[in-house]
Each structure stands twice: as C-alpha cells, then as structure tokens.
Design a protein around this ligand. Structure first.
Ligand code: AVI
Length: 326
C-alpha cells in the first residue's frame, strides 16, 4: 500500500524577503554597468517562459541533456547508487528528474526553488504522479547558503543540478555554488550536473535568440516583474532584447538595451538610462570538459564519470567528494 499524497508531500518555506528583491534591483541598476541578477527571471511567468524556451527548436541544451540521461540511464543509476536522498537546487518544473526517479528510487526528493507558487504546483504534481515518492519541497534561494530543512543522518545525499545552470555564474561564483553543494551533500554524497559545452557561435547565438521570441519575453519579463512588485514604470517597448556569444569570455551575454534616453522610477528612486545603454541580465558560460572539471576540483569535488552526446554539444558529470575535502 502507498501513503496518501498528503503524507508524502511536505513544504518548507525559506523564501527571501521582498526587501531583498528591492535592494538587489536598486543596487544592480545603480552600478556603473547596470545589471539585474538572473535569479529574478524566475517568478511564475518567468518559470513558464523558461519552459517554452526549452521547447524551442533553437534551444538545444534541454533535449540534448535529456537524450544523454535517457541513453545512459542504467550507467547513471549504477554510478549514483540506489536509496539516495535526491536534492535538486533550482528544480523548476522537475521535468528532468522524472527520467531518474523510477530507476533510482530515492528515499525522498527535495526540490529547491525560489518561485513559491510554481514550486508548490510542480512538486504536488510530482507527488501525485509518483505514488511511492516522498517530496519535500523547499522554497529558497539556492545561490546563498544551502541548508537542508531538516537533519538527515549519513545517507547517500545526491544533488541533481541539470540544465547548465552552473554556467549562469561567473567561474569564481560557480566554485562557491559547487562548494555549497559539496558541503550540503557531505562525505559519501555526490553531484550529478549538466554542463553546456563550447561550440560554434552560430548554434549558440540562435539558442538565445529564438524565432518565436520566448527568450525576448523571458528577458523583458524582468522589467514587468519590477513594475509589478516594486511599483516601477519601465516601458517595455523602449527596451530591446540583445543576446550574443562573447568568444573571448566563452559566454552568452544577455542584455536589455535602452532604445532612447529615458528615466524610470523604482520605489521613489529615479534611474536615468541613455540611448543604447545596456542592462546586463545574464551570463551563460560554456565550458570544455577539462575546464569544468578543473572548476569542480577547486570546489573539492572529483569527477567520477562524464557522459556526452554524440555531437559533443552537452555534458553530464557525476562528481563526488575528493579524498582530502572535509
Ligand atoms: C537556466 N539557464 C541555464 C539558462 C541558460 O541557458 O543559461 C537560462 C536561459 N536564458 C536564456 N535562455 C535560457
């Protein structure tokens, strides 16, 4: 007999305050080179738009990573080991984890996401779908200190971090994020992580400029969100989506470009934007397998196994703790 969904589903709220959002936006837009942190893409609308991006013809990472996991599922499960506590920072729609659950049979699944309503909806759907699975959803910002909502005795804790979200951090920040994950999973634990690879810039530029315009909407949704939540007056028609591959830095850069000299008021504060001035909204770094492994080593991980698709577009790695890490 299986437990009812209400017994298996739990929700832990560690959501950051609205004040954090206001402070981060004001700080970012006051900087010499204005920016908005990419974690703010993911309100409910942004999370849904990201799902649309993943289904576009141009955005190869999702389907390629899914293909890698499907093609190597037995090997992946054998490498991770059964009966783990499976933790997913930035779980979104929990789509990819569905590929692992039946084969892996974790003792519980802990999705962590910043978008409260979206997380609750998706986590409950998952608990209804997998009638044997304990789902303990944690609403939190995983880019800060990562703490599990309850004490777990020395089980095999495995973090699942797909989608190349690690690429959205500057390399030194990525080491910090990986280090937090390493501390969270502890000795005996591991990390299954998806990392996008360096490739022809045409493929990359197309992936962040889809014809249907979902990436543009996703980018501009940041301004809508600031208008709605902070009472600002951004005119969306006066900003342009701009995404390109920076060859030297091996990263996609995404910006919102002001189409004219204009001013915006946020929470009583006035911000001036010149024509052509950019607001940086996202970096998406692309790695070689070697460079990513070096980065992981800096965070105290060692690479156990790497899986790559036949076209060399994307990589999935299983990392565990290096012998000398605490
Ligand atoms: C979530 N992250 C890995 C995506 C990426 O490709 O960097 C976010 C994204 N931005 C535009 N398209 C997708």
């Amino acid at each position: 007999m299986t437990d009812s969904k209400s017994q298996r589903y739990q929700f832990f709220d560690q959501h950051p305050e609205v004040a954090d959002f206001r402070e981060d936006i004001i700080q970012g837009l006051s900087a010499a080179e204005a920016y908005i942190l990419p974690k703010y893409f993911y309100d409910e609308t942004g999370s849904r738009l990201f799902e649309e991006i993943c289904n576009t013809e141009e955005y190869y990472p999702t389907r390629t990573e899914v293909g890698i996991i499907r093609d190597n599922i037995d090997d992946i499960v054998e490498t991770l080991g059964k009966d783990c506590l499976l933790i997913e920072p930035g779980s979104g729609d929990s789509y990819k984890v569905r590929l692992l659950l039946d084969a892996l049979r974790p003792i519980a699944y802990l999705p962590i996401d910043i978008s409260r309503r979206y997380l609750q909806d998706e986590a409950q759907k998952l608990a209804a779908e997998f009638t044997w699975l304990k789902v303990h959803a944690v609403c939190a910002d995983f880019t800060g200190k990562l703490e599990l909502p309850y004490h777990v005795e020395a089980t095999n804790k495995v973090a699942f971090f797909p989608g190349s979200t690690i690429g959205n951090f500057l390399p030194e920040q990525a080491v910090f994020v990986l280090d937090e994950i390493r501390k969270m999973v502890g000795r005996g634990g591991g990390l299954l992580i998806g990392v996008d690879l360096q490739k022809d810039s045409e493929i990359l530029n197309a992936a962040y400029n889809d014809k249907e315009g979902y990436t543009e909407q996703f980018n501009k949704n940041l301004l809508l969100r600031i208008n709605r939540e902070l009472g600002a007056d951004f005119d969306l028609d006066q900003y342009k989506h701009h995404a390109f591959f920076n060859e030297e830095k091996h990263r996609i850069e995404m910006h919102l470009i002001s189409l004219q000299d204009q001013q915006v008021t946020i929470d009583g504060q006035v911000f001036q934007f010149k024509k052509d001035q950019a607001i940086l909204t996202e970096y998406s770094h692309k790695y070689t397998v070697e460079h990513f492994q070096q980065l992981a080593e800096k965070a105290g991980f060692r690479c156990v196994k790497t899986w790559i698709d036949e076209n060399g577009l994307f990589s999935v790695h299983y990392l565990n703790l290096a012998a000398d890490s605490d």
